[in-house]
Design a protein around this ligand. Structure first.
Ligand SMILES: Cc1ncc(COP(=O)(O)O)c(C=O)c1O
Length: 464
């Protein structure tokens, strides 16, 4: 069913409606308990375009979550659909991706539609600034991280130590889990990789050595905590036994924390001093989300390995060939990146971002969104921040955040929480000026309602 992107407005009768409740109940009857976000049940057969979609009860929603940054081109992107529609899907649609080569006929350089091999070529292309030339495809973000740390341990001849950052999230498989430092529920009672240490992550983007409150620079003149633990005299990690440092250029699940330049420069300096292998986990920040291809593009540190997934539709570990094992079967995966449709969608997503200059759009629309929220400056809302279309704001409490997510839903705007009391806004990369303006007004209206609600809860006599 068609929807006119330039005219459609969000419209909510009741949320969740009767059908959504039934679908959610049915889903949960069979599904293991996971991380339920809210009772949004997208109707795959109803109108959807750009950030707009229709739920199973006919509510029209403005989606500023992009399925947690996994649908960068929104719903029914016409350029993507046209390219996919022109291709008759084969059967099977899944092949053993990393180790099995499939073609669409002809020669690779003139392929009509891209498959896993072309996806790898494009990834090499967009990591050219880092000198990367090799890709290992997998299926999820966690697998991309698992393979990144495996190649690091291998490359560093079994070095046994690793450094992660407080507030980090890198996935749910056991290896990736050992690197997490965001929520206790992820790791509690699970066995862990030995030798993983953590240091504070800079959570204040204006942080400087002299004014640091994040704990990364404990004193004005002294070493950072990262430098200190690697110090050959005072530290407790022998830098020659350090396999890798892993960092999210902007922490995602931990609360959309944008580090300062001082942090990034110190990380770079330590990297150079001790020849550290740095893994940038770009699973949430990559593929144009921040207005550059990679979150790391904004900072001084230089990744040796990048992990990508989500927006890419498959998982990918990207680096230079000398970092990957040169021994056959050291890393492998049956389905790794071999979903023909997903790999094609990933490659076409990169093409469309380039063809439509969506990096520039992400920067402009992100500025528009932040400017509107800052100008309105609602009471009790702080720290409006973002790069490109990775935008967040803080509430004074978790309850206030949740009340706002709820009030926004009632107005047809989908948003997500992260960290302790932050809201993240992740519109598609081709979001328009009208859509950002619409979303910002809905959000401001929702904040007004939730703020009144919170005031009433804390002081019932204040009911107006
Ligand atoms: C930074 C980061 N790394 C890794 C992951 C794990 O990705 P997946 O859920 O695809 O395994 C996520 C997912 O949210 C993430 O945000």
């Amino acid at each position: 069913m068609d929807m006119d992107r330039d005219a459609v407005e969000p419209r909510v009768e009741s949320f969740p409606g009767e059908r959504a409740e039934k679908w959610v109940e049915y889903h949960r009857q069979f599904g293991a308990l996971s991380t339920p976000a809210y009772e949004f049940v997208w109707d795959l057969t109803a109108g959807a375009t750009g950030p707009f979609c229709t739920d199973v009860d006919g509510n029209v929603l403005l989606d500023f979550t992009s399925h947690i940054a996994s649908t960068p081109l929104g719903y029914n992107n016409p350029a993507l659909k046209a390219k996919l529609d022109a291709f008759e899907l084969p059967n099977p649609t899944k092949i053993a991706g990393q180790s099995f080569t499939a073609s669409t006929g002809g020669l690779p350089e003139s392929a009509d539609v891209p498959g896993p091999s072309q996806l790898m070529e494009r990834l090499v292309d967009i990591t050219d600034d880092y000198g990367f030339d090799t890709v290992f495809l997998s299926n999820t973000g966690a697998e991309a991280v698992e393979n990144a740390i495996k190649i690091a341990y291998d490359h560093r001849n079994g070095a046994s130590q690793a450094i992660t950052f407080k507030g980090a999230f890198h996935g749910r498989t056991l290896g990736a889990l050992s690197l997490n430092r965001s929520k206790a529920v992820h790791r509690r009672d699970m066995p862990e990789l030995p030798g993983v240490h953590d240091v504070p992550f800079c959570r204040d983007r204006t942080c400087m050595r002299a004014s640091c409150e994040c704990g990364f620079f404990p004193t004005e003149d002294g070493p950072s905590q990262l430098r200190e633990i690697l110090d050959p005299k005072r530290g407790y990690i022998d830098p020659t036994d350090l396999a890798y440092i892993i960092v999210e250029p902007v922490q995602g699940e931990g609360g959309y924390r944008f580090p300062s330049d001082a942090f990034a420069e110190e990380l770079r300096a330590v990297q150079e001093e001790h020849d550290v292998l740095l893994i940038a986990d770009e699973i949430q920040t990559g593929l144009g989300r921040t207005g550059e291809w990679w979150g790391a593009d904004h900072y001084a540190f230089e990744p040796d390995v990048i992990t990508s997934a989500k927006a890419l539709q498959v998982g990918a570990t990207v680096a230079s060939r000398d970092i990957f094992p040169d021994e056959k079967a050291r890393i492998s995966s049956t389905w790794g990146g071999g979903d023909v449709l997903a790999a094609m969608q990933g490659a076409l997503t990169i093409d469309i971002i380039q063809e439509q200059d969506l990096l520039a759009n992400a920067r402009e629309r992100g500025e528009q969104l932040k400017a509107r929220l800052r100008e309105a400056d609602p009471e009790w809302i702080t720290n409006v921040r973002g790069k490109g279309l990775l935008v967040a704001l803080d509430f004074e409490s978790k309850d206030h955040l949740e009340a706002t997510i709820r009030a926004a839903l009632d107005r047809g705007l989908l948003t997500l929480g992260c960290g302790q009391r932050s809201m993240r806004l992740i519109p598609p990369l081709d979001v328009t000026e009208r859509e950002i303006a619409l979303g910002a007004e809905l959000l401001l209206d929702a904040i007004e309602e939730s703020t009144t609600e919170m005031a009433c809860l804390s002081d019932p006599t204040e009911v107006s």
